[in-house]
Design a protein around this ligand. Structure first.
Ligand SMILES: C[S@@+](CC[C@H](N)C(=O)[O-])C[C@H]1O[C@@H](n2cnc3c(N)ncnc32)[C@H](O)[C@@H]1O
Length: 269
């Protein structure tokens, strides 16, 4: 049975189950020591800490750990305030609409900053045609910035995104930019043929990088550039790194694909 897609739900079930058991045990101990019921605040802290800790131990993403740690408080709060049960469920649904890939791909949503956009623009000619793609484009800041920088009519600036709310925002942003060279697609980045792009940009997380780099090596053509914001690929040092130098100590890691690395896709059929 394939548990991969259901892993976050299995982790949620296990962590809340263990949290409930530990909290019940702690309440018994408290009662035997002090002869009265444990204050609600203590129960919520214990349940939250255990749920978050178990989820962390099972290597859930940080967002999911935090959510599971807060879930007992949300539920008790909703019950105490006599809010209907759909209120915390609505919160969960909203989180999934924004952070879907945090659960399934271990890639949360955070956005490239202005300094990064300027640095990427500096890597792209202003007047020659370029085909670029942002794998997991968030709010489409990267394709839009590059489209403003490069004015060639044959250029293409593509963003793919499959988390509902970021996709919607990206579509609106692209529409507002009013540039037909910008395309935002509802698609998984794993379904994209990277062979048609001169520049492939990814700002994801450590988790997908080995698989993504393997895909890039198979599909990208010689001379095309693969740029990762912040996340390296084990055993494949980049050809160039550019420090971003604001906020966290991040950098752009750049690989220029070579003939040896490029394996035409028909050989893989
Ligand atoms: C860290 S954000 C980067 C956003 C944007 N590229 C930027 O630099 O501002 C990563 C994005 O990748 C998206 N993502 C993760 N896995 C994806 C997948 N398999 N297919 C499409 N998008 C994905 C997430 O939903 C998220 O919006």
């Amino acid at each position: 049975m394939d548990f991969k897609g259901r892993r976050p739900l299995i982790i949620a079930f296990l962590s809340e189950f263990v949290a409930a058991g530990v909290t019940v045990g702690a309440v018994q101990v408290y009662f035997s020591l002090f002869g009265n019921d444990m204050p609600l605040m203590f129960k919520l802290v214990i349940a939250g800490a255990v749920a978050g800790g178990v989820a962390y131990g099972l290597r859930a993403t940080i967002v999911w750990c935090v959510f599971l740690a807060l879930l007992p408080s949300f539920l008790v709060g909703a019950l105490n305030l006599q809010l209907p049960i759909w209120v915390p469920l609505l919160g969960l649904a909203f989180l999934i609409l924004i952070m879907r890939n945090s659960f399934s791909e271990r890639v949360p949503l955070y956005l490239s900053n202005h300094k990064t956009l300027n640095l990427i623009c500096g890597l792209v000619p202003k007047d020659a045609p370029v085909a670029m793609i942002d794998l997991g484009c968030g709010f489409a800041a990267v394709p839009i910035a590059l489209a403003r920088h490069n004015r060639h009519p044959d250029s293409q600036f593509v963003g793919v995104e499959n988390a509902p709310l970021p996709y919607l925002v990206a579509r609106i942003q692209a529409w507002r930019a009013g540039d037909p060279r910008i395309q935002i697609r509802w698609q998984s980045l794993w379904a994209i043929d990277l062979g048609v792009y001169d520049l492939v940009y990814a700002f994801l997380s450590p988790h997908p990088m080995p698989r993504l780099f393997e895909k890039a090596q198979k599909e990208m053509r010689s001379g095309a550039q693969f740029i990762s914001n912040s996340f390296s690929v084990p055993n494949h040092p980049p050809d160039q790194t550019i420090p971003i130098g604001v906020g966290r100590a991040t950098e752009l890691l750049i690989w220029t694909m070579t003939v040896q690395e490029h394996i035409p896709s028909d050989r893989h059929a």
